[in-house]
Structures are given as structure tokens and as C-alpha cells.
Design a protein around this ligand. Structure first.
Ligand SMILES: NC(=O)c1ccc[n+]([C@@H]2O[C@H](COP(=O)([O-])OP(=O)(O)OC[C@H]3O[C@@H](n4cnc5c(N)ncnc54)[C@H](OP(=O)(O)O)[C@@H]3O)[C@@H](O)[C@H]2O)c1
Length: 269
């Protein structure tokens, strides 16, 4: 095979993974091939990511044994119906599509090995979160190869396939929620008279610092929250307001809604 990894689709997630694995040194730009049927998208990907982008998905399959399917769930039938892509027993199809099960993917590539990965957009900066499940015909080596791709840009943990929709809500989608929180915190800073850039910097560093503190300490988040709340102090006033607005319940419902939607999208794959 000419290329180490192939990508079908050159959108946001493919770009995030490619940038991450190239910058990390997992593989060189020259070892990656991608496809996109649209010329304008090919040009954009070539310019932004600097890899070879071809118009034919079959060319990617013919050039790489590990192919990362990076299209939207509802675009998957279109990818496989337009031409015979040539997936065979030597190929590992890595699908990052939300909700689309290994069983459904088997209908498209009955002879190939399948690994379902749920990454997130933070892969670009080597702080990605990914989980995976695989079909029974994958070898230990296939799994190791794919795991190492995603571990090069963050963490990558095996889960039962039935749990992928939940992980998609918690780590696949939730960067959007974190960005919403950061934007709102920056607004609060501006409201209180701080310049926006400084306000955002304080907010982002605090989010990162809190996550690291949680992971390094191994403590329960409630215990860490209690450490910040002095009796009769200002933080507990803020906590009271967040509880009044049902922020925790809102997060639970939001992640539950994501998981439900993933199941629905998966039926379109
Ligand atoms: N975005 C995230 O944060 C995230 C996180 C976890 C998982 N995912 C999963 O990652 C997958 C991709 O999401 P995304 O956000 O990267 O979407 P996206 O930006 O829309 O990327 C999809 C890409 O597929 C291309 N495409 C469409 N039809 C195609 C075809 N027939 N053959 C080849 N390429 C085709 C699109 O081309 P054009 O550029 O011309 O439209 C686009 O480049 C989804 O299944 C999603 O569930 C995304």
C-alpha cells in the first residue's frame, strides 16, 4: 500500500485528526491520502491540511489499508452506493460516524474489518478523547494500529459498542457545550468591565485547570467544588444561582438528547 492512512471525507473532524497526527509526528503528510468529490473542498483541504486529496473514494481504498470514514452518518449510503470502492479482507474501515453501528457498516463492507471510533475535535491539539469498539474479525494488530492513531492525539479507550452513543454525548459533542460556557464566562467578564480577550483567557485557563486538577487528584468533583466554597462566601452564592437555573440537570438532559439523536442518525447510515 502506498499510503499509511486514508480518509474518505475532508471535513472538520478529518482535518482535526490529520492535523493532530501529523503535528505529533505519528505519520507524515505524504503518508496520508484523502478523498472528496467536490473540487472546492479538495482545494480547501489541500491548502489547509497539506495532504493529497483525490476525487475518487475508490482511489483511497486502493491506496491505503486503514481507511477512516469521515463523512456524516446520512452521507454514508451515498459513499457506498455510487461505486464499488474495493474494500476487501486486508482493509480496516474506521468509522467515526455518530450512531452508525458495526452491524450497519458490515452491510457496506462485508469482507473488511471494522473499527468504530468516536473521537472529538480536540485531537488537533493532542488533547482528544476517543473511544472504540471493533468487529470480531479484527486482529490484535488491527486494533493496536487504530488505537495508536487516536492515542497519538489524546486518549483512546475501548468500550462496549452499546456505550458509544453515551460517550458521543459526553466527549464527542460536549466540546460545543464547553465552548458555550467559555463564551458565556467571557461575556460575564465583559459585563463586569474586563476586556474580552483577558476574560476568555481567564475562563479557558480555569476550565483547563479544573479538569487537570480533577484528573490529577482523583477526587470526586463534588469534593473539589466544596473546597472552593467557603462557608458564607461568594462562590456558594454562585453555586446557588446555578442550582436555581438547573444547570446540572440541563447538562444531563443535553447529553441524553445527544445520545438519542445519535441513535436516530445511526439509522440513516
Ligand atoms: N465535528 C465533530 O466534532 C465530530 C465529533 C465526533 C464525531 N464526528 C463524526 O465525524 C463525522 C464527520 O463529521 P464532520 O463534523 O467532520 O462533518 P463535515 O465537516 O461535514 O465533514 C464531512 C466531509 O465528508 C465529505 N463528503 C460528503 N459526501 C462525501 C462522499 N460521498 N464522499 C467523500 N466525501 C464526502 C464532505 O464534503 P464537503 O466538504 O464538500 O461537504 C466533508 O468534507 C460525522 O459522522 C460525525 O458524526 C464529528
Amino acid at each position: 500500500m502506498v499510503y499509511k492512512i486514508g480518509f474518505i471525507g475532508t471535513g472538520k473532524m478529518a482535518s482535526a485528526i490529520i492535523k493532530g497526527i501529523v503535528d505529533k509526528g505519528f505519520c507524515a503528510r505524504e503518508e496520508i491520502i484523502a478523498s472528496n468529490p467536490r473540487e472546492s473542498s479538495r482545494k480547501r483541504a489541500e491548502t489547509e491540511v497539506g495532504i493529497t486529496v483525490v476525487s475518487s473514494n475508490a482511489e483511497v481504498v486502493g491506496s491505503a489499508d486503514v481507511v477512516i470514514l469521515s463523512v456524516k452518518p446520512q452521507q454514508i449510503p451515498g459513499v457506498f452506493s455510487s461505486e464499488n470502492l474495493g474494500f476487501g479482507p486486508s482493509h480496516t474501515l474506521v468509522s467515526i460516524a455518530a450512531g452508525v453501528t458495526i452491524e450497519t457498516l458490515k452491510n457496506h463492507v462485508p469482507d473488511s474489518k471494522i473499527i468504530r471510533v468516536m473521537p472529538n475535535i480536540c485531537s488537533t491539539n493532542f488533547v482528544g478523547t476517543a473511544c472504540f469498539s471493533y468487529s470480531e474479525n479484527c486482529s490484535e494488530n488491527d486494533v493496536k494500529t487504530v488505537k495508536s492513531i487516536f492515542e497519538s492525539v489524546g486518549i483512546c479507550i475501548e468500550v462496549k459498542e452499546k456505550d458509544i452513543d453515551a460517550v458521543t454525548g459526553i466527549s464527542g459533542s460536549s466540546p460545543a457545550f464547553m465552548f458555550m460556557i467559555l463564551d458565556a464566562m467571557a461575556d460575564a467578564g465583559v459585563l463586569l468591565g474586563l476586556p474580552r480577550d483577558l476574560s476568555l483567557k481567564f475562563a479557558a485557563q480555569t476550565m483547563m485547570g479544573s479538569a487537570i486538577t480533577l484528573m490529577e487528584s482523583g477526587k470526586h468533583p463534588g469534593e473539589l467544588k466544596d473546597m472552593v466554597c467557603s462557608p458564607g462566601g461568594s462562590t456558594i452564592e454562585g453555586v446557588k444561582v446555578l442550582e436555581e437555573y438547573g444547570v446540572r440537570s440541563a447538562f444531563v438532559s443535553a447529553i441524553q438528547a445527544c445520545a438519542e439523536k445519535n441513535k436516530e442518525l445511526g439509522r440513516k447510515g
